[in-house]
Every structure is written in structure tokens, then in C-alpha cells.
Design a protein around this ligand. Structure first.
Ligand SMILES: [Mg+2]
Length: 225
């Protein structure tokens, strides 16, 4: 039986919730922004948290501004530059435990890229602090580089064109069912849905990146692919 991953030239990863843990991003949006809002507008922190969360929800994550911290700083009239807000919490930037071993192993046989919805401001800090840039041939921010979100499958098509691969030659993996799983699948890209809560099961559902490494490095079976 053939090596099942031999025709795969490119493996694409989501960043937040897939490679990096959610604490940093959550702290910036759910703690930092409300704290600065409470300080500026003289409201209680609990009230500020509720209001800010409501505003995020009203906008929704298919809007580009949802990802744009400078937009929110201006919109909420905060007295803090976006860069400083990010710096306040960057000690929380961390990789999931199996990331380095997985990237290091997969890099020996495939080119690796990141396709993230995160704004460049977040993306660049996360990549710099974790030191993972060396594993990747290219790092794309859908929102900053293409002005789109990953819900639109065109993002994956554009990345394939830029990387000069067909949709049959790339695998994408990420923790957002719609952005990372359903959208790439709509144009024939093999995608894996990373569900670290282990609630979901299925042929293309994985519960850790270790599992992805096992699938791609396994030889002699096409059963799970
Ligand atoms: Mg994610």
C-alpha cells in the first residue's frame, strides 16, 4: 500500500486554539479591553465586561472589524494604544504541549503554513514570542492580508494560488468547525477539525495534533484518509 500522505505538499494550520492556547487572546479581548473601558468611562468592571462582550456579539466574527483591535480602541474611545494592550498580556502567549514536536516532525516531509483569521498585530506577536516562525514557509492573516475571513472558501483558493499547489495537495487543520473545516472542504481541500474537548468524533475529527502527526506519518493504510 502507498504512503497516504506522499501527494500532500502543504499542511496548513490555524493559529489561535490550534497551535496557541486561548488565554492570551481571551485576556486581551475579555479582560484588557473591558478594564480600559471601565477606567476611561467610569463604570464598574463587571458592567464594562458585559457591555463589551455584547458589542462583540452584536458585530459577529464574520465582520473584519471584529478582529481589529485598533478599531475597538478607537470605537470605545480607550486611552491605550492597541500595541500596548497586546503587550500587557503577551506573557500569556503559549503553545499547546504537542505543537513543537508535531511541527518539527511534519516539517521533515511537508511544507507548513499558517492561515489565521487573527489580525497581523496579534499574529506577529504570537509567532515571535513562541518562536515557531522557523517551521513555516509562509504565514497568512486572512483578515490583514486578504481583507476576508476564513468562512469564505475563496481564502483557501487564494492561498493555494499563492503557494502554487492544487486543492488536492494541501491539508488544513484548525479548531473552528466552520472556518477551518467546512469552508476548505467546500472546495475539496482535505481538512481536519481539531476538537480538544473530545466531544466530537468522525473520520476527519482529531483531538490533538499528535493524532494528525500519526495520521500523516502512518504508512500503509488509506482507511482514515
Ligand atoms: Mg482557531
Amino acid at each position: 500500500m502507498p504512503d497516504t500522505s506522499s501527494h500532500i505538499r502543504l499542511i496548513s494550520f490555524d493559529l489561535d486554539g490550534t497551535l496557541t492556547t486561548p488565554e492570551f487572546v481571551d485576556a486581551v479581548w475579555r479582560v484588557g479591553v473591558p478594564e480600559h473601558y471601565a477606567a476611561k468611562h467610569g463604570v464598574r468592571l463587571a458592567e464594562a465586561r458585559e457591555l463589551v462582550a455584547h458589542l462583540y456579539d452584536c458585530m459577529g466574527d464574520d465582520e473584519l472589524n471584529w478582529y481589529d483591535l485598533p478599531f475597538w480602541v478607537k470605537y470605545l474611545k480607550l486611552d491605550v494604544p492597541a500595541e500596548k494592550l497586546i503587550a500587557e498580556y503577551e506573557n500569556l502567549i503559549a503553545l499547546f504541549p504537542d505543537v513543537t514536536a508535531t511541527l518539527s516532525s511534519l516539517q521533515q516531509r511537508h511544507d507548513l503554513i499558517i492561515i489565521s483569521n487573527a489580525n497581523r498585530m496579534f499574529l506577529d506577536r504570537e509567532v515571535a514570542v513562541t518562536g515557531i516562525e522557523k517551521y513555516f514557509k509562509k504565514i497568512f492573516s486572512a483578515t490583514s492580508d486578504f481583507g476576508r475571513v476564513k468562512r469564505e472558501e475563496d481564502i483557501y483558493r487564494m492561498v493555494c494560488e499563492r503557494m502554487n499547489v492544487s486543492t488536492a495537495e494541501i491539508i488544513h487543520v484548525g479548531d473552528h468547525r466552520e472556518f477551518d473545516f467546512e469552508a476548505p472542504q467546500r472546495i475539496g481541500i482535505r481538512a481536519y477539525y481539531l476538537d480538544q474537548s473530545k466531544k466530537e468524533t468522525g473520520t476527519h475529527v482529531i483531538h490533538s495534533l499528535d493524532e494528525l502527526r500519526d495520521i500523516l506519518c502512518r504508512k500503509g493504510s488509506e482507511s482514515s484518509l
